[in-house]
Design a protein around this ligand. Structure first.
Ligand code: GLU
Length: 468
């Protein structure tokens, strides 16, 4: 049998790490088994579903290189299909119309609370047919068989059993004629011939309801895999409402898509001690049996470690493209400084986060902001002014702008003033970048070019004149 999986997000928020994990596992399972992977958008909650979130789903999957074979199917376009089946179910008595008003249902609920009973529909309309032709508002409920159990096998958790006494005849079509979430999921999975459902554990409680619908329409029961939750450091479940976990935010913040894929893959699945997987390896090695039963904790340090690993593995061309992208998101004009093809090497090893990348960009493409540095007076003062003036003269006089000639200028200046290299490097670093940390000063001077270096040193001298 051909394996068919699907990713079925509701577009009610930005995709987070947990959503993408189920997408990744479903996709890998399909790819590993030479099966099919379908993208379906579950947007029947018309109030909360938004176009921007649909776009976010597509953009996120594309960025992560998770490709789908069919779709995106939109549930909102399939309402007629769902309602046709509901009508058939009414005809063959698998479902019935419920005319109970909100008030009546509320009264029933209150009574059950008072009696300490489980809150559920009391089956009032289960056997009433006399109202069926009247023009009264109604919902449609599934007629679930009494005194039975629903048992299903979850790949991670084994056998899970639900007693029907726990369930009521739940609504499958609301009074506005729109079918409910559990119903649409089942019909879609049936029509799309889904063999394996991989989704978050929050859906375990929906599963017996869905199996009741499956039984009512005579469909096959798919294989269920409910993956455990992901929490933040404090043990709180991560949610779509928390924009910190929005995957595309990671893109904006300088994380590579392969970093995210690797991190998410291992967050709930293991393959011995192996940490690093190419996308091809993932497709070859993924299986359901190594999925963890326990919840996973999101660890930003591990994500950063992985990002550093992958940044350092980028080819020259990819590093340049990556830096170009970052300069666009961070609004940095890279025409105003060294060419990326001369600069890219400096980004290797030094960067694992966007802040570090951004700091490096600022060094090369923005003017130093002396006022922001509280230690500035220690380095730009009347004593260091003379050193900067000599450096300016000597650097101007360099004919061939090479590392060697720059190094000679620094050595001569050290000799004249009898100070350490460390000290002179710090004065220059502050004058040129405004920062106490930077790549080696010789590299910066060389890469920035003569014109810019002289410009910065002049500005530093003027700063001293104005502030002493
Ligand atoms: N639409 C559901 C969600 O976003 C997923 C339903 C399913 O996978 O069965 O949580």
């Amino acid at each position: 049998m051909k394996i068919i999986t699907r990713f079925a997000p509701s577009p009610t928020g930005y995709l987070h790490i947990g959503n993408i994990r189920t997408a990744l596992y479903s996709w890998l399972f399909a790819r590993k088994n030479k099966g099919k992977f379908i993208l379906r958008i579950e947007n029947t909650d018309f109030k909360r579903s938004k176009k921007i979130f649909i776009n976010n789903i597509i953009e996120t999957l594309q960025w992560l290189n998770i490709d789908w074979d069919e779709g995106p199917y939109l549930q909102s376009k399939r309402i007629n299909r769902y309602n046709n089946i509901i009508n058939q179910m009414l005809n063959n008595n698998k479902a019935y119309k419920c005319f109970c008003s909100k008030k009546k249902l509320e009264k029933n609920k209150k009574k059950q609370i008072m009696n300490g009973e489980k809150i559920k529909y009391n089956g009032n309309c289960r056997n009433i047919t006399s109202l069926n032709d009247k023009k009264l508002p109604y919902t449609i409920r599934l007629r679930i068989p009494k005194n039975k159990c629903i048992t299903f096998t979850d790949t991670i958790r084994g056998e899970i059993k639900f007693n029907n006494a726990e369930l009521d005849d739940f609504i499958i079509q609301r009074s506005d004629g729109i079918p409910t979430y559990n119903f649409c999921v089942v019909i879609d999975d049936w029509d799309m011939k889904i063999t394996n459902i991989i989704r978050g554990e929050e859906h375990i409680n929906n599963t017996p309801k869905q199996i009741h619908i499956i039984n009512a329409i005579g469909a096959n029961i798919p294989v269920y895999t409910h993956v455990s939750i992901i929490t933040d450091k404090l043990g709180k479940k991560i949610s779509k409402r928390d924009n910190n976990f929005n995957i595309l935010k990671y893109k904006e913040n300088g994380y590579l898509s392969i970093t995210l894929l690797n991190y998410i893959l291992r967050l709930g699945w293991s393959y011995g001690n192996k940490e690093i997987f190419s996308q091809e390896e993932m497709k070859k090695l993924f299986n359901l049996k190594n999925l963890n039963k326990s919840s996973s904790i999101f660890d930003i340090n591990k994500l950063n470690w992985l990002n550093k690993y992958y940044l350092n593995k980028l080819s020259k061309e990819d590093m340049i493209l990556f830096l170009k992208d970052i300069s666009i998101t961070k609004n940095i004009n890279i025409n105003n400084g060294p060419k990326l093809k001369d600069l890219y090497k400096i980004f290797y090893k030094r960067c694992n986060s966007i802040n570090e990348i951004n700091n490096l960009f600022c060094i090369f493409y923005k003017n130093p902001d002396y006022k922001n540095n509280i230690l500035i007076k220690n380095y730009l003062n009347i004593k260091t002014k003379i050193i900067l003036e000599i450096l300016e003269k000597k650097l101007i006089n360099i004919n061939i702008w090479s590392s060697e000639n720059i190094s000679n200028v620094l050595k001569k200046t050290i000799f004249i003033f009898n100070i350490s290299f460390k000290k002179i490097a710090m004065i220059l670093r502050i004058a040129i970048t405004g920062l106490e940390n930077s790549p080696p000063i010789n590299d910066i001077i060389y890469l920035m070019g003569k014109k810019k270096i002289i410009y910065h040193i002049k500005n530093a001298i003027n700063f001293i004149k104005l502030n002493t």
